[in-house]
Design a protein. Sequence first.
Length: 276
Amino acid sequence: MEGIWFTEKQLPGLAVSCLVKKTLHHEKSEYQDVKVVETDTFGTMLLLDNVIQTNVRDEFIYHEMISFPALNTHPNPENVLVIGGGDGGTIREVAKHPRVKKATLVEIDGVVVEVSKKYLPTIAAGLEDPKVEVKIDDGIKHVKDNKNTYDVILVDSTDPIGPAVGLFAKEFYTDVFNALKEDGIFVAQTASPVFNGEMIKRIHKDLGEIFPVKDLYVATIPTYPGGYWCFTMGSKKHSPREVAKESIAAPNTRYYSPDVHFGALALPPFVEELVK
Ligand code: SAM
């Protein structure tokens, strides 16, 4: 795949293409097809089953936005779990937060972790942080086995196919609720409000039956379908809308800021409609 166009078929009638200069790595793991390519526009890029996961150009947007809104909504997010996220970008941001003491990453596919360390070192840097423990295991099983343990749980998953299907199910959200401490908070990436509206509606209905507080916020991520992306929050106590602005930590962030914390929660009516 040298000097040719990689095309991700994002929807039955929609594709995005990137010019690929070089394939750096390609293997089939037990769970998925794992590829790292050097692209012209986005730099080094990780593809799983030919779906863009992350790239060195825009990764900061997704990784900051999946992490900091929950970390700053919780008054003391000492013990944090990341499910998925084997590239290390989310745990890198989590470890940067001054109030985090311990961060555990549970990724089902060890190949993603190893390949990211080798080819995406700026993203994978957090995997070596002394606060971070990496476990190669199924996140669905991990939350079932660890009750009343975490202050914040972040689900940085692939789309709901293969081993990630269960990460979008009501039973999983109930297990996440039980794995959180009494004022715990959970965030998951929940795709595009333009293209995945029905899924977002269903997730919010499920979460409304489990968590006393639920919310949704948005960010712009150029390489994901539609470019306009949702993150869903379930919380036992704290609301992201009631955070004191002066308490917000945004260490060396490039997208997230105290203003963006609140701005991301301002939803256009068509998105608000999905989460009512
Ligand atoms: N930011 C990316 C996105 O939205 O496309 C996700 C990146 S991260 C690479 C997604 C990871 O979730 C993959 O490495 C995949 O192996 C992992 N994953 C999928 N199902 C999982 C499960 N049940 N438990 C733990 N990790 C899982």
